[in-house]
Design a protein around this ligand. Sequence first.
Ligand SMILES: [Zn+2]
Length: 616
Amino acid sequence: MDVNDNKENGGKNTGSKLLVLLIALGMMMPMFCNWEQYVPTNLQGGASWVASGLLLVLMCAFVWVNRRKQWLCLPPTRQLLPFVGVCIVLTLVTSPHIMLSPSAFCHCLVILVLVVTSLWLLMRRYSLILLAPIMLVGMFETGAHFRFKILLNSMLLAEALECSKDELMTYVTVTNISMLIAGVAFVAGVLYLLCRVITPMSKRSLGGLLLAMAALLYMMFPMLTDTYTNISHLGTFGTCKRSFRMFRDIKRASGAVGEYIESLPSPAEKPSEMPLLKDDDGCVIVFHIGESVRADRCGFNGYERDTTPNLSANPRLINWERCVASGHTTVNCLAALLTDARRDLDDINESNQEMKATCGSVMDLFKANGFAVHSFYGAFNRQSMRADKVLRMLTSASDERHYTNNDVMETVEQVKRCLQKTGNKNVFMFINNEGSHTHFYMYDQKNPPFTPSLHVVNTSPRYGDAIRNAYDNTIHYTDKFVHRVLEQLKGRPYVYVYVSDHGEYIGDYNGTWGRGKAISERSFFFSTQGGSGVSAFAVASPEYEQLNPQFAQAVAQLKESRRMTIGHEHFFHTLLGLVGMKTPYYNAELDLCSPEAKPYTGPEPEDWPDYLSPDK
Ligand SMILES: [Zn+2]
């Protein structure tokens, strides 16, 4: 024990007295406060008169013995002040919650001191090996929160795994790399400083500091704003918790959807028939699963900007203004749309809630009933690190797969060739391409309809309008794409069914971008139409209606169903209804061409704009 320490920590040491006071206050706090607030999940069982009283007695005894034996004290001011100073800097740059609610600053600071002190006590200098990555992740989170208004979560990682290499490369910019290098250098510098200021502290004063911080946190807990019900979400605790969860969830989920799809029986295993269609009717059913297209940004739904001039002018367009997505990742939505999966409405707010299916892909049924099955993908599907595998399983009935190399318009030519090749056979076409996926680049960039448009990852408010223009341009491009495919289908009995997989936040909802916020606040996802209100429409040709009076009836019924709020659950059964497929998996209540169709009744956005009002 060094001389200073001895002198500072004698019987008259002020630090020691302060420590006693803090601990005593901490222990007595529940007696003056609302008991309810002292029963958070992190302090389970710690809040009862008996427990608190017992703790107080124990602490008094400890304090008495501590004074005589000189076990613990507080560090002297000249050591404490620089240490706290460094911790304040670290808290400011590594706690995204401070931007979310500045009142959480003190909590975050106390947590950081607690973590640093305990790690140092246990591991001394080696604690930096643990601290450095935590601080870096915290800084990364703060930066991401600053730009995208999101916290670290598995959605973020899932989205990164979903996007193509090209998309990922858009993040590799000089600015981002320089920011990363600067961040690493900054954290290294602060940690070096931390090392310098904490080294002279004795074990006794570090122990005292640890105890004092624990008592402080105990006292401060009820002062936490309503946003946080648990201190484990805050500061360094939160960073660790979120990082751990993110990797756990993604590890669990990465194979899970694929394994789940594999485990489902094919609907074609049970007998099915299609009495209304003959093999040489030449009927074409197109199922286009769109990317990230929100209902409220489509001109045909009443959006003030005409993002869909071709479809708006199409007299045969049947658009559902209110369609609620089943999830917020492409993989899950693809699985929900192609199988008979339904959400469990009793358990809808469970964050791990998955849609449960009883059979595999609807495409198997079309194949089993004599359809030629062709799938058309964007370049993005082939490059995608995660979605590709699941999509391949779901579309395994495909006779042929067509990929584009660059532009989605290449598909138009592929569709043309496919129609020539299949002659008068019935054809099922599945389409899933770039659509309006981030970073909103799939449009004619030399000649964009809405300017200025910017397809960048930078989402600072300065670029907000230009990026939203780019988003609208992608929808305009999809409109052109659908129009061109419809031209190829002209003269054939066809039904083109389109539904987007999920929505997208485009700087609205308090500056939210992407879908990262959706998983951490599932209710947020359901309460905003930016998250879950997706574009959905169908176009049926007159030749299709002429094939069979029941098909004309189906189209009339589809038009009727426009008034309904629908969900992803409807599409599997509607595709079957369109061709009059008879299978034990068919449910007329979810078939929009059936008079028995029932609307979607699960959670839906509370903020549909007025123009998305089917009842108007
Ligand atoms: Zn998607």
